[in-house]
Design a protein around this ligand. Sequence first.
Ligand code: NAD
Length: 306
Amino acid sequence: MKTIAWIGLGFMGNPMSKHMLSAGYIVKGVDIDLAAREGAAKNGVEICATVAEACKGVDAVFTMLPTGAEVKEVLTGPNGVFATIDPNTVVIDCSTIGIENARAVHASAKKACRIFAEAPVSGGTEGAIDASLTFMIGCEDPHVARVKELLAPMGGYIAHAGGPEAGQAAKVVNNLIMGVCVAVNCEATALAERLGLNLKEFFEIATRSTADNWTFRVWNPGVGVVASAPASKGYKAGFKTWLLAKDLSLAMDAGREVGATIATAEAAYAILKNHIDNGGADMDATSLVLSLKDAAEKIVPQKATA
Ligand code: NAD
């Protein structure tokens, strides 16, 4: 039986590692958070105290961590993954870390003679739970087949976006669109409420009209509009506000690197940052609608002057 290590057992890592167990892999897991460890242990993950312990003798290592900082620490640190694994072990990072961090990790892997692929995902916790994630692989051609085979139990569409950095480039561009959609869906919902629209009826209208988008349909910001959406569960994440802001900042970084203008990302980032400062960091990103509604209530409507 093949054994893998899974580092980062949060909202995404928990259901993803569960699919690997169902596919017949032995899974050794690590997380710094007790609740995450307990949740994964219930699924059958063998919890290890350290990354080095989890990685000893495994066929593959997966990371699903918040940002590039944790991924670099876990993969390239002195007792990290690259220092511990056998040369034939495949390391796959599924986190969203951006192009620059991916470049740094590929360079460290090359220096340590390790096999590394980035494979960021799209599809949200919903896609992680029902194993329909879209994977965007960035790695050298000879490793693609092995990486695709390892991702198969969790994926609906597994794409080789290109060589090193291409997976993160695809993810950054995807989440530029997604992040701006979440922000505008929240603005539109706050406006629709103030205009006295019935949000459930507006959902029926918009999803049959030109405003339709995936985040509006699946992560609708209106309470009770979509029963399975975070908004109908007290805005509990889902996808945390600070992680979405991170993704938009990665798009802004990418834009700066190649001289592209992405003003909508900057605007969406600014309102998300304001919501984070209001205490919304760990709530679902669609809770942005709460800050927008608060702000609207503080503004006295201006009467038009003749
Ligand atoms: P999360 O915060 O729920 O999970 C991250 C886990 O990593 C946490 O359990 C945390 O305790 C653990 N962790 C942090 N530092 C660690 C360390 N040094 N060692 C071991 N464990 C550590 O986040 P998530 O929603 O699962 O997102 C994970 C990644 O996936 C992020 O990069 C995010 O941007 C991306 N992503 C999330 C979604 C989503 O809908 N939630 C969708 C696509 C991509």
